[in-house]
Write a protein that binds this ligand. Structure first.
Ligand code: S3P
Length: 165
C-alpha cells in the first residue's frame, strides 16, 4: 500500500510521515529530500538557481515515479505539489491520500521564522492567498486529519485508526 501525506507548509507532513512509516514498518520517502539529494542543493538554493517552475516539474517527476513503483511507501510531499497540474488525480489513483489540516494562523506561526521555505519570504498576506488557493486541492484527499490541536503521535494514531477501518 502507498500512503501520501499532503497539506500546507507546517502541517506536520514530515514528522507524521516519519512516525507513521515506523509504525507500519513501511519505507518513508520525502519528495523534497529526494530533490535536494539529486541536485545536491537545498530548496532555497534550487528556487534561486533554477526557479520555482523547475522545482514543480521535479516534484511532479519524483511523485509519478514513486507512485508507479511497486514498493509499499509512506510519501511526504511539499505543500505546493497537490496544486500543480493533475497531481491530486495521480495521488488518488495510486495511493491513499491524507490531508493534514490546520488553520492558516496556526501554520503561519509555525513557518514564519523558517528560512528554509522560500515562499515564506513573500510575507503573511501573500502566503495566506497561496494557502486559500491550495485548500480546494488538499480537500480532494480521501481522508483528512486535523493536526493543529493534536501531537504528531496522536495524528499517527488517528491515521492508523482510519486505515484500519
Ligand atoms: C513549498 C513547500 C515546501 C517545499 C518548498 C515549496 C510550497 O515543503 O516543497 O519550499 O510551495 O508550499 P513543505 O510543505 O514540506 O514545507
Amino acid at each position: 500500500m502507498k500512503i501520501t501525506l499532503i497539506g500546507f507548509m507546517g502541517s506536520g507532513k514530515t514528522t507524521v510521515a516519519r512516525l507513521l512509516s515506523k509504525r507500519l514498518r513501511v519505507k518513508w520517502v520525502d519528495i523534497d529530500k529526494l530533490i535536494e539529494e539529486e541536485l545536491n542543493a537545498t530548496i532555497p538554493e534550487i528556487f534561486k538557481m533554477y526557479g520555482e517552475e523547475f522545482f514543480r516539474e521535479k516534484e511532479r517527476e519524483k511523485l509519478e515515479k514513486l507512485l508507479k513503483s511497486k514498493e509499499d511507501l509512506v510519501i511526504s510531499t511539499g505543500g505546493g505539489l497537490p496544486a500543480f497540474k493533475d497531481s491530486m488525480e495521480l495521488i488518488n489513483k495510486f495511493s491513499v491520500s491524507i490531508y493534514l489540516e490546520s488553520p492558516f494562523e496556526v501554520l503561519w506561526k509555525r513557518i514564519s521564522k523558517d528560512s528554509n521555505r522560500p515562499l515564506v519570504r513573500l510575507g503573511k498576506e501573500k502566503v495566506k492567498e497561496i494557502f486559500e488557493r491550495r485548500v480546494p486541492f488538499y480537500r480532494k484527499a480521501k481522508f483528512t486529519v486535523r493536526t493543529d490541536s493534536s501531537s504528531p503521535e496522536e495524528s499517527v494514531q488517528e491515521i492508523l485508526r482510519i486505515l484500519g477501518s
